[in-house]
Write a protein that binds this ligand. Structure first.
Ligand code: 2P0
Length: 334
């Protein structure tokens, strides 16, 4: 059998209603549903080559071998091999054009691209929904990056997790929005998301309140996105972000993903709001701040973010497409 390969590109996403915590760590099933927007411009390109000459799976990230991430990658590849009915090992090469492991959802784009490329290389045809279930097993937030625009990933109720899939709420072109990413540090985070979530579930006294609040937060966000209501989406997104960080900060010991510049950006965004510019922040498991604004205000918001001490650079983004194959057939982003 000759080698079979495919390459896919995917983009990170920022959660507007956050995923934080698992109901089943082995199957990577979330304790809460989440809603995100997929980001244009930031990209991860992942190539998969199933090759009879290989004795084990191989992974390189940004050109360097990565034994730590290989375990998760092999888990996804094992599912693909089982479906395809072969045992071929794979070589996986992944490259991102933004800082990885620093709270910019590089695992989301990487595993979304992996799920699509591996499936294609194995000669399988899968729906986006099935691909989201596959990608989820590598990294939860990756389920959402299969789709473009505004996306919901369902918690699901089933023990086998097949009802924990992502689906699109609104395509990327349906609502122009500016998403500015204030990068305050390119350093990898000290506590990874998976460990941080589990630590929070096990030790934070606010955990039950976090889980109980999720259904109402999701319903409100779905409605606000449907209405393309920036003020409502922004208020709900800020609340979900602060609630996620509050439950994590209340763990023992508490998790603090922010640095001084992160906090300074939060205040700068709120000051802008007081001056009449609707801008809202969101922060994931890292020190970067994503700011939602109307496209017509993007220039002003960018200038304010750039002027905050500690902000290294500001990346302009907007709602972007879902994962795509880059070698030959292109698939629709939704
Ligand atoms: C999110 N985060 O909804 C939340 C908010 C970070 C903060 O999803 O353990 O890398 O691989 O399923 O997807 C980052 O966590 O975690 C994340 P795993 P993942 O975007």
């Amino acid at each position: 059998m000759s080698p079979r390969s495919a390459t896919a590109v995917a983009h990170p996403n920022v959660a507007l209603v956050k995923y934080w915590g698992k109901r089943d760590a082995a199957r990577n099933l979330p304790a809460v549903g989440s809603i995100s927007v997929t980001l244009a411009r930031l990209s991860t390109v992942t190539s998969v080559r199933f090759d009879p000459a290989l004795r084990g799976d191989e992974l390189s990230i940004g050109g360097l071998p990565d034994a730590q991430a290989l375990e998760r990658v092999s888990k996804v590849l094992d599912r693909v091999r089982a479906s395809a009915g072969f045992e071929l090992r794979a070589s996986v090469e992944s490259r991102s054009d933004f800082p990885i492991g620093a709270g910019l959802a590089s695992s989301a784009s990487a595993f979304a691209a992996l799920a699509l490329a591996a499936t294609k290389a194995a000669g399988l045809e899968r729906s986006r929904r099935d691909l989201s279930v596959l990608a989820r097993q590598g990294s939860g937030s990756a389920a959402r990056s299969l789709f473009g625009g505004f996306v919901e990933w369902h918690r699901g109720e089933r023990a086998d997790g097949i009802d924990s899939f992502a689906e699109q709420l609104l395509p990327e072109e349906a609502w122009p929005l500016a998403v500015l990413v204030a990068v305050t540090s390119g350093a990898p985070k000290s506590v990874g998301s998976s460990d941080g979530m589990e630590h929070t579930r096990l030790t934070s006294p606010y955990w039950p309140a976090w889980v109980e609040g999720a259904p109402a937060a999701l319903t409100a966000m779905r409605d606000a996105i449907g209405a393309r209501d920036l003020v409502r989406v922004g208020e709900l997104a800020e609340h979900s972000c602060l609630a996620m960080h509050a439950v994590a900060m209340a763990a023992r010991p508490g998790l603090v993903y922010w640095n001084a510049a992160t906090v300074a950006v939060m205040h700068a965004v709120r000051e802008l709001r007081q001056k009449g510019v609707p801008a809202y922040f969101s922060i994931d498991a890292g020190p970067q701040v994503k700011v939602l604004a109307a496209p017509s205000d993007a220039g002003r918001v960018r200038d304010v973010l750039r002027a905050v001490p500690g902000v290294e650079r500001v990346i302009d983004s907007r709602p972007g497409p879902g994962a795509q194959l880059v070698d030959g057939e292109m698939e629709s982003g939704s």
